[in-house]
Design a protein around this ligand. Sequence first.
Ligand SMILES: Cc1cc2nc3c(=O)[nH]c(=O)nc-3n(C[C@H](O)[C@H](O)[C@H](O)COP(=O)(O)O)c2cc1C
Length: 313
Amino acid sequence: MQFYLAPMEGITGYIYRNAFYKIYGNIDRYFAPFIMSKKLNQKEIRDILPENNQGMELIPQILANRAEDFLAIAKAIESYGYKKVNLNLGCPSPTVTSRNRGSGFLALPKELDRFLEEIFEACPMEISIKTRIGLEDEEEWEGLLKIYEKYPLEELIVHPRLKTDQYKPGTIHREAYKMAAEKSRHSLCYNGDIKDRETYQEFISDFPDTKKVMLGRGLLKKPWLIKKLKGGTEDPVLYKEELKAFHDELLAGYVDYMSGDQNTLYKMKELWAYLGTSFTNPDKYMKKIRKSQRLSEYKIWTDHLFREQELIL
Ligand SMILES: Cc1cc2nc3c(=O)[nH]c(=O)nc-3n(C[C@H](O)[C@H](O)[C@H](O)COP(=O)(O)O)c2cc1C
């Protein structure tokens, strides 16, 4: 099985990816959060600069619904040496979908088809797609899949939810993924709600032919997850030491990159919303971490947490 890191805007930027690579290093492909401006801004450039992504295979992602925009962004990305790019057809955020981008573009299959025809015709890079299965009805998926079949996708990453499902638990459409697994000629990658050994085992027993999975929130909550899925030793002491090393690496990365405690703390607090769920008795510590206004205070409370509580593996 190959494991991919899902792109997660605001979280899995290059600082996160580098810390992950250094401590865990078990990701086959890293996906950068989406780029949508034709002229890449400084933050977007820094995120994909090869010197900021050494040793890992990084696939930049584009969010666009006009071929002209896609091609301009792809050209800029290519100038940094990339040969592959991913198209985002999954983002469910209203600010994106209201302008018919991300999963909003799935509502316009004819326009989507024309867009794909143009970009596959003109773009010299290999293009993969990360998609949801429709806007509001599972019936939409068959038609979308037929469109994808027309083009030489580098791979097709399927998050089998509708736009209207957002991220609600229990909304994975297994039948839709099954249709892709049975009918698609593309190399498939599955994405969605793999968060522990049980959900992973269930997936591989249902879909033994899928050889690639993309993990998002499951890894944010349990950065050791892939090790566990690969059947590595489950030593809680080792896992905690590694997690502390990962945390410290990430913190150092943000301190280096951000100006002032507040910005660093904002980033770290965002992560704790996920990581906190993997500790025993987290509430008291999460409250203190959330309230921390200075790094010194934050460090005291994270040290307490690591010392006094255990991981829920
Ligand atoms: C905070 C956050 C930001 C995300 N940003 C992106 C993004 O930039 N591009 C994208 O294709 N998907 C994005 N996603 C969706 C994830 O890549 C992934 O498809 C989704 O979380 C389902 O996988 P999971 O259940 O393993 O988390 C984001 C998800 C979250 C929670």
